[in-house]
Design a protein around this ligand. Structure first.
Ligand SMILES: Nc1nc2c(c(=O)[nH]1)N[C@H]1C(S)=C(S)[C@@H](COP(=O)(O)O)O[C@H]1N2
Ligand SMILES: [Mo]
Length: 408
């Protein structure tokens, strides 16, 4: 294996297999692809990734220069330094969000990082010894895979204004600041073990290598959870630059900011750690929150795989969408059209925890202006409310969205 690659074949026991895709390609195109397939099954130059993933250059200047991947308008909508996934681009997709349309939330810009010199330094009062690991050191640790959502705390923020009449400050996300991927990496606990976490350890703060050094502390219990990972792969490929290459954190169920990208340092402390990402932001400020609670876990949400607002033809329409919860799995989804009765959606079987569940609903669409509402419930009994109390920075908008649909 070359430096900067990871053994995706081993990592890819779940999710869509590229090897299978290539075999289908070989079947479809006759003998031409046979050598390629043989290579893939063999000692495998077919798996070689470039040391640093080389993005396809966008044909026109990028609408968000700090983002490396192309931003086709059919997949992603620019929002300041960020890009929002178009929900209609998920229709017909499988369980996972392909990397080409996975939302990007950058406080500044995607940095270029050389894995040959990259180090992960673990230090602080909560560890017995400071350690510094190379990318190859990480590749030698036991490999773990988890399918989980990453969702921005401010996802659906725009609905505070459009639906409740109280606009909130921050990136005006619709519902597309979420994606589900199969993440491959190593357990953060395996890495922290190397440094010897003491019993007195309290907080763990990963530090990003971007220009703002984004750093959001998490409690040591969450850091040591079995599915809290240092991620090196996304959907069976090397983690792309915009999503944290070479290494990012995965903190399942927790708000996006805790999934620190481009991590280069982790501080473990016996005293509470503070940064702007757990003091002045990512707290709920507002009349209903006198204690300004910290935002940690995500709430239940749902989205239709349609533009917002949408236009549809009349007659029988198959509505599709996804619902998710940061606390578990989705057990029920209901739809209501124009304040009519709630009717159950048909739920798909796959229902990974802290990921999402796909559903569908047959609708006899009549011409005119309509409003479709989707309400989900998770296995902890959390149900989406009709409205949520306002908070100044517009986090955790978990109320039922009112999706405007025009039928022609
Ligand atoms: N280093 C660093 N990590 C970061 C960020 C950032 O700007 N810098 N943004 C955070 C926020 S707010 C979110 S929602 C997620 C988004 O992950 P994505 O861009 O891979 O979708 O990354 C988090 N990790
Ligand atoms: Mo975020």
């Amino acid at each position: 294996m070359r430096e900067g690659e990871y053994d995706a074949e081993r990592a890819e026991r779940t999710g869509l297999s590229r090897r299978r895709l290539l075999s289908w390609a070989a079947v479809a195109s006759g003998g031409a692809a046979a050598a390629q397939v043989a290579g893939v099954f063999g000692p495998s130059p077919g798996w070689a990734h470039p040391a640093t993933p080389t993005p396809t250059p966008a044909p026109t200047p990028s609408p968000v220069p700090g983002i490396v991947k192309p931003l086709p308008a059919t997949l992603l909508t620019p929002r300041g330094t960020n890009a929002e996934m178009c929900w209609e681009s998920m229709r017909g997709q499988g369980y996972l969000t392909p990397a080409d349309r996975f939302f990007v939330r950058n406080h500044t810009t995607t940095p270029a990082i050389d894995v040959a010199t990259w180090r992960l330094r673990i230090h602080g009062t909560g560890v017995r010894r400071e350690v510094s690991l190379s990318y190859d050191d990480l590749l030698r640790l036991p490999r773990v895979t988890a399918t989980r959502a990453v969702e921005c705390a401010g996802n659906a923020r725009n609905l505070f204004g459009s639906q409740q009449g109280t606009p909130a400050a921050g990136t005006t996300w619709g519902l597309g600041a979420i994606g589900v991927a199969t993440w491959t990496g190593v357990r953060l606990s395996d890495v922290l073990d190397r440094a010897g976490v003491t019993r007195a350890a309290l907080d763990v703060m990963p530090v990003g290598l971007d220009s703002m050094a984004v750093r959001r502390p998490i409690p040591v219990e969450k850091a040591l959870a079995a599915d809290t990972l240092l991620v090196i792969g996304m959907n069976g490929r090397t983690l792309p630059p915009d999503h944290g290459y070479p290494v990012r954190l995965l903190v399942p169920g927790w708000v996006g900011v805790s999934h620190v990208k481009w991590v280069g340092e982790i501080e473990v402390s016996t005293t509470p750690l503070l940064s702007q990402w757990n003091t002045t932001s990512y707290r709920l400020f507002g009349p209903d929150y006198p204690d300004t609670p910290l935002v940690t876990t995500q709430v239940v949400k749902s989205a239709l795989e349609l533009p917002f607002p949408a236009t549809l033809g009349r007659g029988v329409q198959l509505l599709t969408g996804r619902s998710w919860s940061g606390l578990g799995r989705i057990t029920r989804v209901d739809l209501s059209v124009d304040d009519g009765p709630w009717r159950p959606a048909h739920l798909s079987w796959r229902n990974d925890e802290k990921a999402w569940r796909q559903w569908s609903f047959l609708w006899h669409a009549k011409p005119g202006e309509h409003r479709i509402r989707v309400r989900a419930r998770d296995d902890r009994g959390n149900v989406q409310p009709d409205a949520v109390p306002f908070n100044e920075q517009g986090y955790l908008f978990g109320a039922v969205a009112q999706h405007p649909v025009t039928v022609l």
